[in-house]
Structures are given as C-alpha cells and as structure tokens.
Write a protein that binds this ligand. Sequence first.
Ligand code: C5P
Length: 283
Amino acid sequence: MLAVKAFAKINLTLSVGRKRSDGYHDLESVMQQLELHDLLEFVITKDEISLTTENTEVPTGSDNLIVKAAELLRRHTGCLWGARIRLFKNIPVAAGLGGGSADAAATLIGLNNLWGLGLSMDRLLELGARLGSDVPFCLFGGTALARGRGEVLDRLPEASPMGVVLVKPGFSVSTAEAYRMFDDLPDPEVYDAQTMVLGLHEGDFETIAQALHNDLERATFTMHPELPQLKDGLLGAGAAGALMAGSGPTIFGLAPSPEEARRIADRLEHPGLSVWATTTAAF
Ligand code: C5P
C-alpha cells in the first residue's frame, strides 16, 4: 500500500486576462500550497480501477479527477495494472482550494510510483495540465508564479510559514460559472503582482498580507453578495489580510503565525460556517 498526501492551495494573487479561443482565460497568479491535505491510499490490482471515500459529496465514478488521472496514465503508458484507491477527504469540496486538482496530482504521483512507470516530473506536469488548470501547480508545490492557463510555473521564494484561516459558507461555487460572470462584468483594473513577489523575496509578512488580490472576487461576490461579510469578519477577528480563495466561496485570512490563526479561527466559529486553521506549506 502506498499513501500520498494531496495539499490544498490558495491564490495569493490572481489576475485574469482575456478569454482565449480555447475557452480558457490567460492568468497570472501567485499560488501557495497549504498544510491542509487529503490522504490517498493506493493498492495495486490486476486491472480494475476503483475509488472509495466516506465523503458523500465526492463522486466516485469516471467523472472524478482521481479516476480520470488513473485512466489517463494507463492510456498514456499502455500500463495494464489497476488500483484500489481510498480517499480520506479533508479539503472542502468545490471551495476554491484546489482539492480535486490536488487529488489528481497525488494520483499521478502515486500511480507513477506504484505501477513503476518511471515518468519524469515534466511528463507528469504535461499530463496534469490535461486534467485541470490547477493540477500542474499541485504537482509543483510550494510557492509559484503561474501563467498561461495555470500550467506555466516558476518557483518563488517561500515566506516563513504563515497562519491561514479558512472560512467556508454552506454552498459551493462552480469555477466555470465564476469565469462566465467575470466575462459579463467590466474589465478589472490592471493589477501588478510585483509587490507580492517582492514581499515573498523579502519574507515581509505585512507586504504579503497587503498585496492580496483576486480578480474573480468581484464575479463570485456578485453571485453571492453575502461573501464580503465573511471577508470583513475575518479582518475584524484579527486577520492581517483576507481574500477569496480561487473562484470561491472560501475566504482565507492571513496571520503571522499558526497560533494566531488558531485564535482567529476560534473567534469565528459560527453555525452554518466551516472554519479551519492551517498554515502555508513549504516545497
Ligand atoms: O481547468 P479546469 O477544468 O479546472 O477549469 C474549470 C473551468 O474554469 C474551465 O472550464 C473554464 O471555464 C474556467 N477556467 C478558465 N481559465 C482558466 C482556468 C479555468 O476560464 N485559466
């Protein structure tokens, strides 16, 4: 049996550009891996691929990215082995935290190993991009500047571990819908990620917290006008900066330490809200 962790992510910055002819948007994003993770266990079988999980929100059929990743690997390599896969889900589903992409990345890594395929990281990154725009970053890990539709990655320096508080309301947001709404709204002002990159280079927590930016916030906030209150709630509870995670609806707040994140999370516990305290993860 092989166990692989699948780490959640946040976008410290996300600038969305024009819609391309393939339907995706060009973007520039400073992406950051979190300690919060799912766990996947893999057991080799003769030929069948199966997925089980106790989480009822996760589909376990061929539309799950884990199953798609396993099938893509087999198609790509001609491998005939199968796998029994168990998913222990901790990352909230359809929350903007890249949980499905992280699971797909962990599957590529796990089965490459379990099936002895010997694929290089470059090849896995290429296969990952076919599964979803965030999958390459989930393979890459740490802190990175993502461009293209998310698959062009450059490593950035990692700030010392920051506390991260996650607040998720009881509904989900479809990424495709958030991008559709983004297209219906006037173009956002041009944002330059340079301040964030500088903050990371200098390890300056305050600069990082002040430079948070997400072009999809306006789109998702238009669909869910109650979300800005969650952001204000996080700032009111002591977060140094707060931002929507990916396409939402989770809002994250930054704290200078894991202990401070825990204290902020305790202040936010509220019926109907899920609250987590975690930290940024190093590569
Ligand atoms: O790549 P992924 O399947 O995760 O993307 C989900 C949806 O988000 C896409 O179908 C597309 O509508 C939108 N998207 C986009 N531009 C990106 C990434 C995602 O328009 N760079």
